[in-house]
Design a protein around this ligand. Structure first.
Ligand SMILES: Nc1ncnc2c1ncn2[C@@H]1O[C@H](COP(=O)(O)OP(=O)(O)OP(=O)(O)O)[C@@H](O)[C@H]1O
Length: 328
């Protein structure tokens, strides 16, 4: 495996009309790494991923993907990339095997039957090979789409929200497969709105309004946020009232209900502690301090930036309200 990074880009910028949808994006991705792209809808994840691999020309910035220049050698990159788009794009009235055979023909692959058989085996699709794609459940469709992506032996996989709407067991199996591919040296860029999937990435980045707000391992991103979180549990009615009482108090930046518990977060520890002090001895409440969850961190990051895409100033404030859950 080469020691050179799979992706090394600086200052990538993309404008659509007057809108700068990706603004000075820089990143390095090692080979064999699973890199998660997170951020609210429309934050520029897909646009960034497409520029990284030569599918879209940047308006500014430079860099390499798989050792090729993303502007001048985009065609070299495209041949080495497998791209799984958000929508299932295979033929529903063809069987699994026919779909894969069709894709193998599109790529002009020489040893088609062997390649199709290998992909069927690898993704556990062999026993369903004759089933029409249109009759597959969401999880199996995603498996088929993944099989189609790896048929030509790409070095880099781009997965754009690959498991949206797929049940947890199928998602877990899909991710096991992604890890197996990465262990074989495949580099994977994956966009997702699921926190559990973010935690399965080697590294993640968080984009909002086209800007990179955080980048690192999950642990690094959580630590860098500087956020403190108290978890408080108690009777439902008391917790609901407490959420209202705490929201907006000085030092409390976010209050988020999770079942019969609240996450109460702030970045100034002393002010946060002062805000909750009066409630700490309430007998029916159980308090515990811990690191924030990734979702808390992402909402915190969002609250700190201005929505430059909003038509009027009001939208930024709307993104910053307390007691908000993450964006998926
Ligand atoms: N071809 C295009 N022409 C004009 N605007 C575009 C084009 N492609 C994307 N955009 C705009 O760029 C912004 C970023 O879109 P992008 O799809 O990259 O975001 P995203 O983070 O992937 O969103 P989602 O999570 O909803 O998939 C959006 O405002 C989108 O409307």
């Amino acid at each position: 495996m080469s020691a050179a990074p799979a992706i090394d880009v600086t200052g990538l910028t993309k404008r659509f009309g007057p809108k700068t949808v990706v603004d000075g994006f820089s990143i390095q991705v090692r080979r064999g790494q699973i890199y998660g792209f997170l951020g609210p809808n429309g934050s520029g994840k897909t646009t960034t991923i497409r520029m990284l691999c030569g599918l879209l020309l940047p308006d500014g910035g430079s860099g390499t993907c798989l050792g090729f220049d993303i502007v001048r050698e985009a065609w070299q990159i495209k041949r080495r990339v497998g791209y799984m788009t958000q929508r299932f794009s295979l033929y529903e009235d063809l069987s699994i095997k026919e779909n894969l055979d069709f894709v193998a023909r599109l790529y002009g692959l020489p040893d088609r039957p062997a390649r199709v058989a290998a992909a069927l085996d690898r993704l556990g699709l062999a026993h369903r090979r004759d089933q029409l794609a249109g009759t597959l459940s969401g999880g199996w469709k995603q498996r088929l789409a993944l099989a189609a992506c790896i048929l030509h032996g790409p070095e880099l996989l781009l997965l754009d929200e690959p498991t949206a709407g797929v049940d947890p067991k199928a998602r877990r199996e899909f991710w096991d497969e992604i890890h197996a591919l990465a262990a074989d040296g495949m580099t994977v860029l994956v966009s997702t709105h699921y926190m559990d999937e973010a935690e399965r990435c080697h590294r993640i980045c968080y984009l909002a309004y086209g800007r990179l707000l955080a980048d690192g391992t999950v642990e690094e991103v959580v630590r860098a946020s500087g956020l403190r979180t108290w978890y408080v549990a108690g009777p439902d009615a008391r917790i609901a009232a407490l959420a209202r009482e705490l929201a907006g108090r000085p030092g409390v930046e976010m209050v988020a209900p999770f079942g019969a518990a609240l996450h109460v977060s702030g970045s100034d520890r002393a002010r946060l502690d002062a805000a909750i002090a009066a409630y700490r001895d309430e007998p029916e409440l159980r308090w515990r301090e811990s690191g924030p969850g990734l979702e808390d961190v992402f909402i915190h990051l969002m609250n700190g930036v201005r929505d430059q895409f909003a038509p009027a100033a009001g939208k930024a404030a709307a993104a910053a309200g307390p007691a908000r859950r993450a964006a998926p």
